[in-house]
Design a protein around this ligand. Structure first.
Ligand code: SF4
Length: 229
């Protein structure tokens, strides 16, 4: 029987406390990859010998470790993600960082640029609307414009953002508030590895986790999508 991994439904997160051989065989649920996919787990471990994987994984582990400190006897998080980005970049030996940002977060992109340049990184940045191309030029029907369908409405162009940063030779790229879908297209077209500093959430101040906790948003989230046809 085939089981897809369903770790989000696992009652125990047993993998966090012990390797499979130390667990009673039937303790992890049927869908647990430690029961269904031992060979895949084994193969994945081998991948960490690849220079490219190792070269990023070890700095990531160091960055994770350094994100904590014992303060008055309590292990606490001590770094915001921007600081982690800076320290991770230094551990990787990165010289040039790209920023792909949403026009609505230009101020945040400028602030991030200042922080990174202040830490001696070279920074290249590309706004989503770069190119000034009307949405219809990229195949969007005018009925899907946000404003007046008969007027010019600049399209986000994540493929161009990626190509500009590829051309600039950035070594890692940072997403600042790209729209959902545009962020994926950017990532697919970026030569450099991509991390997200700010994920766009127009309603929740770019903090989508609130939508998981507050009942005020449940009705919106659970409402049915209209038929596209
Ligand atoms: S790997 Fe297994 S034990 Fe760990 S969270 Fe997934 S299902 Fe649970």
């Amino acid at each position: 029987m085939k089981f897809d991994p369903q770790c989000a439904k696992c009652p125990g997160k047993y993998c966090c406390s012990a390797p499979m051989e130390k667990l009673k065989k039937d303790v992890p649920p049927d869908y647990c990859p430690m029961r269904t996919s031992a060979e895949t787990i084994e193969k994945s471990i081998g991948r960490y010998q690849d220079a490219a994987v190792k070269g990023m994984y070890i700095p990531a582990a160091i960055t994770e470790k350094e994100a904590y400190q014992v303060v008055r006897g309590v292990r606490m998080a001590v770094r915001p993600r921007i600081k982690e980005l800076i320290e991770f970049g230094k551990l990787l030996g990165i010289k040039k960082i790209g920023i792909a940002f949403c026009a609505g977060l230009r101020d945040e992109a400028a602030r991030l640029t200042n922080f990174l340049e202040g830490q001696s990184f070279e920074v290249a940045s590309a706004i989503c609307k770069c190119g000034g191309v009307d949405k219809t030029m990229l195949g969007v029907d005018k009925q899907f414009k946000i404003g007046d369908p008969e007027k010019f409405e600049a399209a986000c162009n994540p493929v161009l953002q990626a190509e500009l940063l590829n051309k600039a030779g950035t070594e890692i790229n940072v997403i600042v508030g790209l729209c959902i879908g545009h962020d994926m297209l950017f990532t697919l077209n970026s030569k450099a590895p991509v991390t997200t500093l700010i994920v766009k959430d127009r309603l929740l101040g770019h903090n989508p986790v609130i939508g998981l906790y507050s009942a005020y948003y449940r009705g919106i989230i659970e409402s049915q999508r209209r038929n596209m046809k």
